[in-house]
Write a protein that binds this ligand. Structure first.
Ligand code: XIL
Length: 317
């Protein structure tokens, strides 16, 4: 019998995954990554970020990013481009620089324009501003905010719209997918842009969750619909559901239910257009490096075998 796969035709525009350059030497991994019956879309996990693309002021290098974008193109997979302005992983010349509103604005505009021009025609969407809010739902007081105030967000989107009018422009963040102070603050950012007539097309909900603590389906749906009511699309851009290690059969079964639940929420919202997992396998997931003692967050295990979570997603699709 034919096995159901992730990118079987559904109500979604795509089901995709993040990937990263170092993993591409693993041929068994690349074979699954490139299988378009599983993944119709790819996001570069690191190689389009500011530190990777403009390591010193005005010096641009797209070699690593191009490896991933060419792979997606050769595989006929959609590409989500990630990201242009983010407090994390800036080059030190940006984070450690001495800036005025004017000087940092010029540098940010050059970065956005140069990178978007390089990738013009290749991206379905760009994450223009990533994670502008901290966990207390205030603006992060990063180098951008400190120099330009919250206006950096508007300036970034306007610059992006001018650089490539054909690509979808997204605000992307985590813990904004369910009701709470951070969701309210994110809605505030997005609503302000919409009301000011600034081009924004979508909201990316990262979806980094914990097994057994995923938000309820109704909360996810309600939150997404507040954005789609503004005329925007939404997508899960970085979905993974982690657990405290070691994983047990009980945790893996709960994880399967959790994935099914989150994927179903997107399918229940007309303008939830796609789902991207933040890599598809526990072998290369970012989770163990970032959250000590946690992992096993993905659809495939460390040996690239399908987990119960994979089948949970398939049954939701
Ligand atoms: C992560 C990458 O996967 C890691 O390899 C890197 O060390 C740190 O960043 N939110 C985002 C992504 O928007 O860019 C992050 O990716 C994960 C959290």
């Amino acid at each position: 019998a034919m096995r159901a796969t992730l990118s079987r035709v559904t109500g979604l525009k795509y089901f995709g995954t993040a990937t990263d350059n170092p993993e591409l030497t693993d041929t068994a991994y690349v074979e699954i990554l490139s299988n378009t019956t599983e993944f119709g879309q790819i996001t570069p996990g690191n190689s389009q970020k500011w530190d990777a693309t403009e390591p010193s002021n005005g010096t641009f290098t797209f070699t690593e990013g191009d490896v991933i974008t060419s792979l997606a193109e050769n595989n006929t997979q959609l590409l989500r481009c990630h990201n242009l302005v983010w407090y994390s992983q800036p080059p030190t010349w940006v984070s450690g620089g001495t800036w005025t509103n004017e000087t940092l604005q010029a540098v940010m505009k050059t970065h956005i324009t140069t990178e978007m021009t390089h990738y013009k025609g290749q991206c379905y969407a760009w994450d223009v501003v990533n994670e502008a809010l901290n966990d207390s739902a205030n603006f992060r007081t990063d180098v951008f905010y400190n120099a330009m105030g919250e206006d950096y967000i508007r300036i970034a989107f306007e610059t992006a719209a001018a650089a490539d009018p054909d690509v979808k422009l997204y605000y992307n963040d985590y813990n904004i997918e369910y009701s709470g102070a951070k969701a309210t603050a994110a809605l505030g950012i997005v609503t302000k842009l919409v009301n000011e007539g600034v081009k924004i097309d979508g909201v990316g909900m990262q979806g980094h969750y914990i097994v057994g603590s995923t938000p309820s389906q109704s909360d996810l749906i309600t939150t997404m619909e507040t954005y789609t009511a503004l005329g925007l699309e939404v997508a899960y851009t970085e979905l993974d559901i982690r657990m405290t290690l070691p994983g047990t059969d009980t945790l893996l079964a709960q994880q399967s239910t959790d994935y099914e639940n989150v994927v179903s929420a997107c399918l229940n919202v007309a303008d939830c257009i796609g789902i991207t997992v933040w890599d598809f396998d526990d072998k290369y997931s970012w989770i163990p490096d970032t959250f000590s003692g946690q992992g096993a967050a993905c659809l495939f295990d460390e040996d690239l075998n399908r987990k119960p979570a994979y089948y949970g997603v398939v049954s939701a699709l």
